[in-house]
Design a binder for this molecule. Sequence first.
Ligand code: FE2
Length: 406
Amino acid sequence: MDRIQTVRNARIRGANVPVDLILSPDGRIERVEPASGRATGPAEIDAGGMLVMPSFIDSHLHLDLAYSLDLVPPNESGTLAEAIRHWERVKRELTPDNVCQRAIRAIREEVSFGTGFIRTHVDVGTSAGLRLCEGVLAAREQTRDLVDIQVVAFPQDGILQDPGVLDVMREALRMGCDLVGGIAHNERTDDDSRQHIDLLFDLAEEFDRDIDCHIDETDDPYSRCTEVLAARTVERGWKGRVTASHVCALAGYDNVHAAKVIRLLAAAEVNVVTNPGVNLHLQGRFDRYPKRRGLTRVRELLAAGVNVSAGQDCIRDPFYPLGTGSLLEVGHLLIHADHLSTASQIENVGDIITTNAARTLRLSEYGLEPGCWADLVVLPVNSMHEAFRTRPAPPAVLKRGVRVSR
Ligand code: FE2
């Protein structure tokens, strides 16, 4: 893999003229200057007026599940509940090595599409034990030169429904998981869901970690976990450290209640992650026609000042048979699913898969300013609008100044 010293003739968002990005030997952006000529030598990339972006960020993925579709029986109902049931049986037999190999395949695909950062959830519990976690942590180690990965200890089967899971989560955090995960709606009663959320904060306090919780991933308009998560975030002093993933039920609330929940999320500085492909696919399964779209209220959240990013979630697994790891594809789906149609709305989806996601992952030194890591993707287009329209393969992807994909 080649270390790059200069990216020449780059089009960057917000600049009227092409620029040269001068990189330092340790892989940071040292200077950004008006373009001064053509590239010379192997340590330079000539972007030729192509768009250069900071690496894409996949803020919600399940690496332990990736490419597991052929290991499970078909999901006949297409529902989340049936997928969890099939996965529950299969995961008891998986080895860390099997998980690691599949995860590495998914990571390499993501990198080839320009992803430089991934937040993955990994199933830990009394069925999965720590084997899936071991596999994903090994995959992270083997690909650390390609991508930065945050791992969330995710109690897929619930907490109150899976007695003993908290000790498994504690061990996962000691082994190297970064965040406390949750699945608050996957409990038997509303009281249990509220208790689930309290237990997440207890664990987050015990280990001083951020929280990323699957929450209200259902069409049920009476699934009301998100407001509890937002309220507890303020009460427990965890503002800015909590992510609510999916939040599909918000779309089903009446508008008055939705407005209240959105205000609570904004005040608590809770990040929201939507997963357009998977939400479109798994939600609305109890509808005949018309079928709802299943996504959370992205535009209303953004308008209220809530930080929203988007993720791939699943790649060819029991929950979702498609998925490539391309954040351009994720953005393309989001544009359709949430009726984002003006030029500025489409351009802003470029932020959803970059700077908004960087805020969710609490990344520092991310972007195109001097001092940031040279984590870059070159795209053969002149705008994010064209990138989403054509979804081209990137001619070059850089990680800390080193070319990791071409
Ligand atoms: Fe998920």
